[in-house]
Design a protein around this ligand. Structure first.
Ligand SMILES: [Zn+2]
Length: 238
């Protein structure tokens, strides 16, 4: 599953390539990933002009001049543009970490929904924050020197502030590098991203920590493979 930087990279690339173009025909590799009736496709998609390519969390939205949009999450659906904010996912999803309204105070508030969880589980929760998955959770926790198992309620204000800065920096760097190619992700032009070469802990188990040279370990937190430096990131739960 791609995370925010990968979806953003695809969005920017697609926007450049397809806005203003007309949809001539439609084809797909996997019928289950395109659950739309032929009638809807003919009426709202074929012949329509693409007016914008937007993103919310990890969801890509292609707006058409028929006032319908293609909403691409795990499946691609056609939907009236006006109904998008009513999709269950859109109603529940947390704030966009790269928007100017997102501040360290907002991060602190959002995290309070998961006071008793580990910070890693809270970061992966899309209702807390939009678009963060395993890679960027591990990278930003390393940057902030926070152990992924630390309980949200134990985090100090300065730690939350540092975590906020790290989340924003890690996501920005990844977008700059075209995302991280993991399994089957490629950008709008079919190219791979290079962020993973810049990762500090993710998939770097048994290698030295770039900050203190201690060997990075891989463990399991929140049910996910988790990479951390056992010296820089110490659990501080009471
Ligand atoms: Zn370290």
């Amino acid at each position: 599953m791609p995370e925010l930087p990968e979806v953003e990279t695809v969005r920017v690339g697609l926007k450049r390539l397809i806005v203003g173009k007309k949809v001539a025909s439609q084809s797909h590799d996997w019928p289950k990933s395109f659950p739309n009736s032929q009638g809807d496709v003919n009426q709202f998609l074929i012949g329509s002009k693409i007016s914008d390519v937007r993103r919310r969390a990890k969801v890509l939205i292609i707006d058409l001049d028929t006032k319908y949009s293609l909403v691409i999450h795990l499946k691609m659906r056609l939907l009236p543009t006006i109904e998008i904010p009513n999709i269950d996912f859109m109603k529940k999803v947390g704030p966009e970490p790269l928007e100017t309204e997102f501040t360290s105070d907002i991060l602190h508030q959002r995290l309070q929904r998961r006071k008793n969880s580990s910070i890693k589980a809270a970061l992966l929760d899309q209702t807390v924050l939009a678009g963060i998955g395993n890679i960027y959770a591990d990278e930003s926790l390393w940057g902030a020197k926070i152990h992924p198992e630390t309980k949200v309620g134990q985090l100090t204000k300065p730690q939350t502030k540092k975590l906020y800065t790290e989340i924003v920096n890690v996501l920005r760097l990844s977008i700059e590098k075209g995302g991280s190619t993991d399994r089957n992700y490629v950008n709008a032009e079919g190219k791979k991203g290079s962020y993973i070469e810049f990762a500090k802990v993710f998939r770097r188990e048994n290698l030295p920590c770039p900050r203190c040279s201690t060997t990075i370990i891989k463990t399991r937190v929140a049910g996910r493979g988790t990479h951390l430096c056992p010296k820089c990131q110490v659990v501080q739960n009471d």
